[in-house]
Structure formats: C-alpha cells, structure tokens
Design a protein around this ligand. Sequence first.
Ligand SMILES: [Zn+2]
Length: 272
Amino acid sequence: MPELPEVETVCRGIAPQIEGRSISRVKVNCKKLRIPIPKKFASILKGRKIIRVKRKAKYIVIELDSGYSLVIHLGMSGRLTIQQDYQPAKHDHIVIELDNGSLIVFNDTRKFGLATVLHETEFDDFKFFKKLGIEPLSKELNTVQLFKILEKRKKNIKSVIMDSSIIVGVGNIYASESLFSAGIHPERLASEISKKESDRLFKAIVETLKRAIEAGGSTLKDYAKANGESGYFQHQFLVYDQQDQPCSKCKRAIQKIKQNGRATYFCGKCQK
Ligand SMILES: [Zn+2]
C-alpha cells in the first residue's frame, strides 16, 4: 500500500506535467471504486484548468480553476500515471485527456482506490477527511505535540504512530523504520515513552519520511525516463522486510513480530 512518501512523490512527479493544462476529455470506465464515482464527475472536470497538485494525508488533490478538486486515493494497488502514447489497459478506470494530448490515467486492479470531485466548501465535511489526524511534515506536529499525544495513550507505540486519526501517513513501513531510528522498542506503551525518547521519535519520523520522499524523487526521475510513467518504487529499508538480516548498527539479526495483525520489524538490541 502506498504510504505518505510514495503519495508525495507521485504528486511531485505529476505536478509539472499537468499544472496549467486544461482538461479536454474525461472517460470513466467504472461506476464504483471504494465509493461510487459521482455522476457529475466528468462534467465537473471537463474544460477546467488544473491549477495545482497537492497532497492531503494520503490523498492526491488536483485543484481546478472552478473551486473543485479531483481527489484520488491510490488504495492498495492504484497507480496514477501521465501517459503520452496511451495504450488502454485492463483496470484503467479513469482516463483524463489534457489539451496537450497527455493523459492522466488512474489504474487500480483491486479497486480499493478512490476518485471523486469535491468543491472547496465540501472538504471539511468529506467523510474520509473528517477523521484525519495531524500531518507529520507540517508545523502542527512538533516535539511538544507528539509527547502530548503519546503520554495519554496506553497502547503500543507502533499502533499509536500508525493511527491515521492521530497522525496521518505513517504506515506500517515507516512506523518500523522510525522506531528503529529512534531506538524505541515497538511493543512499549506510548504512555511510557519519556519526553527525551519522544523527541527522538519526532526527529526520526520526520527524517524517515523526508528521506523516503527524496529517494522517491530520484527513483521517479529514472523511472519516468524509462517508460513515461510516474509511480511506485522500492526503497532499501533499515529494518522493514529485513528479517534475519544483520542490523545496520549492531549486526544482530532483525526480528519480525506481529502487532495488531501487521508485521513489525525491529532490532532487539538497539531498540529498548
Ligand atoms: Zn541493532
């Protein structure tokens, strides 16, 4: 599943290719993804100019000159690509043609993704936006705020930083990576994390996400050259998916456990 850095990378990758362009044609090939595609979808997009591409949590928001935005969530398997020589493919649910002939293509094999149109006045009431917590890369999250969040939660630290109603966009991968960087054991209770550890965790979350965005940016560039698409990529992780591999700090084997139904990777020596 794409996490915040992947979504940010997709936004940065597609922005220069579509900002300032107008939408000439819209083809919707399915009625429903995670939620139904609104009937007015095509008519709201057609003829409008794309002002800006931005990210809200793990949603891609493509702002139009009408006050409306095209809002997309990649779900489990969604891909949003800009294509020049379009070859229709299975699961291309939405195809948007721009005035320069390029196409924005939303493909989603498993249909857990989301595509809708929202007016700026509808954002606050949109049910998926109502439950969103703090953006980890915004000023809203800082050392004071993170400690406040942690000290009142009697759940394991990993599930707290992964809870999108608390902090958005730190998914399973970057939760493991951040806790390793901060030297905090994933099974500790959030309420028992000291201020000093919480400060370390704040720094680790921000740096881990930023590093992933940077890595994504450079990968994306090569990727776009190769096939004209922008999208998904693989990182080299410190602990995630590294079971039995030597820890980069102490060489002890990385362990894997299950927490709240999700795999957690950590070093039993470096994380306390
Ligand atoms: Zn270690």
